[in-house]
Design a protein around this ligand. Sequence first.
Ligand code: SF4
Length: 313
Amino acid sequence: MSEPVFGPVPSRRLGRSLGVNNVIGKTCSYNCIYCQAGRTQELTIKRRKFYDPEWLVDKVLYRISELERNGEEIDYVTFVPNGEPSLDINIGREAQAIKEAGLRTAVISNGSLLWMEDVRSDLSVFDLVSVKVDAVTPRLWRMINRPHPDLEIKKIIEGIKQFSNEYRGVLITETMLLGNIDYSLEARRIAETLRTIDPAKAYILTPVRPPAESFVKPPSTHTLLMVYEEIRAVLGDRVIVLQKPEEGEFTALGDLEKEILSIISVHPLRIDQVREIIRKHGGTMDVIHKLVEKGLAEIVVYNGREYIVRRTR
Ligand code: SF4
């Protein structure tokens, strides 16, 4: 089993972020066609315990002390599992304990469970919450996010709006744009929805890492600009397009094989990034060959670049 605490990794929105994978397996309320963690293995909306919360918090704090000894700083402890973090019934307690240790906390959620009062209460503990608004028309939302059958997009958006009204931290949104999808009517609907959610920043993303489904392609420049302009018309400079993968350093401490496996469980790495991690650690590329041989990782080419990704299928 991979370690639940990984990194720090450079994040396009959060600076240097120590990752917490608080969900076991690929367990999610969505099965997005572009998911970089592969297809969802367990599609559920039932919250439950995944780890002992004290054990998980101890892991985070131990890792922080290791990083401090190494002279490394982080900006956020980020709950960013290969699945939906709010499915973890103890997420609020865990975030509270990490905050009490003087650390800033963030969570990257799909927002699909925010219509539940207990989920709103748990996520309100975080300093920063990111939610997903990829589509608002039911047909398109089902096609892109492939949600659990009991979910409804209308109810989800109401839940996100209610959370936005109550929450005192920084709320940001993510909208993933894909190729071969007609956004001509959807762009305005997404923009209007974002206006009512009123995020501090609205990020437009495009797939930069290998997706769950090989047919997923990045959007055309025309589509990107059209959606950007619609959102900019309602949110002004708060809309930001992120098309480039992260730059900057990844960090691996301890057992290199385990570390790389933990990172790629939620964050596929370009081969040049893997080489840099191995170089800093004084290892060799044999560690990658071993992961591939064991069937735990695979090397894929996407947009002309080689990546190492966690094997889930
Ligand atoms: S992208 Fe996020 S919400 Fe979508 S399937 Fe992957 S983990 Fe779940």
